[in-house]
Design a protein around this ligand. Structure first.
Ligand code: AHG
Ligand code: MN
Ligand code: MN
Length: 337
């Protein structure tokens, strides 16, 4: 009897997607494969973090002045090494490196894509075994093929994204990525070491009943955000019950839940951080592209995240992201404050 093989691997899926574009050359699929390989290697260390000397602090700080964890550096190094030996990536920019890195071999100089990433998101959760993630953004370079990539290749608004995605190292390890064709989720099947299609054509519900924010910062929030939080906690609104508050402290984990169940994730500006905490180029843009390709919406409170023209590699922006109707509602509260 012919075995009924239901599994579709990431490679099979990306090749199938490539066939939808006559002029496609498979380079984007190859980068996704490379990122998938790097994240399988990161996953291996995350899964045994307590057993090897990879927990704890690296003993240095990154350009943002944040204490680097050993796993941050390990993940960053793996992604750079894998993408450097790829034949389809001209260079990378990462949360853990002050400046972008232009790969200087002839293959890389002839590659048409650049990749930005947050190698390990949610670092504060590493030592307490809560879900963490990797976030990536893939752009077509704007500079000339054959030469080293330049800063302008990385400083593109999110609406130019060719693809973006995340890996969540949680109860299972999943990769979710978006292109303009849609959003699909792949679960790592460790016994064969393959990312297998498990969540085809993901859609973000237009409404939700979960709000996600670091309520501990409330005293520093503007009036409009406080008023929206009161609305979420109000038992008298049309739904007649308060919403639930869920906050994991890893953007990837909070947004994966938001994508699947609906709701809103917020990291506003506050009196201490006038632009908020999360970085535009390798956190907010890639996650906004995914949520919007799934039918959700992402705003900085006034404008669509994906239309923001970047002015610095590690620029921070406030972010309100998730179910379209909830993000529109918080924008209205901010506008009427
Ligand atoms: P990173 O670990 O890459 O620095 O990102 C951490 C971010 C994000 O994952 C999360 O949503 C946010 O920090 C949590 O910040 P607070 O602890 O200030 O709430
Ligand atoms: Mn992060
Ligand atoms: Mn990080």
């Amino acid at each position: 009897m012919k075995p009924q093989r239901k599994l579709m691997t990431l490679d099979e899926f990306t090749i199938q997607e490539t066939r939808k574009f006559k002029q496609a050359t498979g380079e984007l699929s190859s980068i996704l494969r490379d990122i998938g390989l790097a994240c399988k290697m990161i996953n291996k260390q995350v899964n045994k973090a307590g057993l090897v000397d990879i927990l704890g602090k690296h003993g240095a700080t990154n350009v943002q002045g944040e204490e680097q964890m050993k796993l941050d550096i390990y993940a960053d190094t793996i992604l750079i090494d894998v993408l450097k030996s790829s034949t389809d990536c001209a260079g990378v920019a990462s949360e853990e490196n002050d400046d972008f890195i232009a790969f200087d071999d002839p293959y890389s100089k002839n590659s048409k894509y650049v990749v930005l990433f947050d190698p390990l998101d949610g670092s504060s959760n590493i030592d307490v075994n809560a879900s963490i993630g990797t976030i990536f953004a893939i752009y077509k370079r704007v500079s000339k093929l054959g030469e080293a990539c330049v800063e302008a290749d990385f400083m593109q608004s999110g609406k130019n994204l060719m693809a973006s995605g995340y890996v969540i190292y949680g109860s299972s390890t999943m990769m979710v990525y978006a292109t303009k064709l849609g959003v699909n989720g792949f679960t790592l099947e460790p016994s064969i070491g393959e990312w297998c299609l498990s969540h085809p054509n993901l859609k973000c519900p237009e409404d939700g009943k979960i709000y996600s924010i670091n309520q501990g910062n409330s005293a520093k929030y503007d009036g409009g955000i406080k008023a929206f939080m009161d609305y979420c906690m109000d038992t008298n609104k049309e739904e007649g019950r308060p919403y639930s508050l869920r906050y994991i402290g890893s953007m990837v984990a909070d947004l994966h839940r938001t994508l699947i169940k609906g709701g809103i994730f917020m990291y506003p500006a506050d009196s201490k951080s006038p632009n908020g905490k999360l970085r535009l180029l390798y956190e907010c843009n890639p996650m906004s592209f995914i949520v919007e390709m799934a039918g959700g919406f992402a705003s900085d409170g006034m404008q669509r995240i994906l239309t923001i023209e970047p002015n610095a590699l590690h620029q921070r922006v406030p972010i309100f992201i998730g179910s379209k109707n909830m993000v529109k509602k918080v924008e209205a509260y901010i506008a009427n404050a």
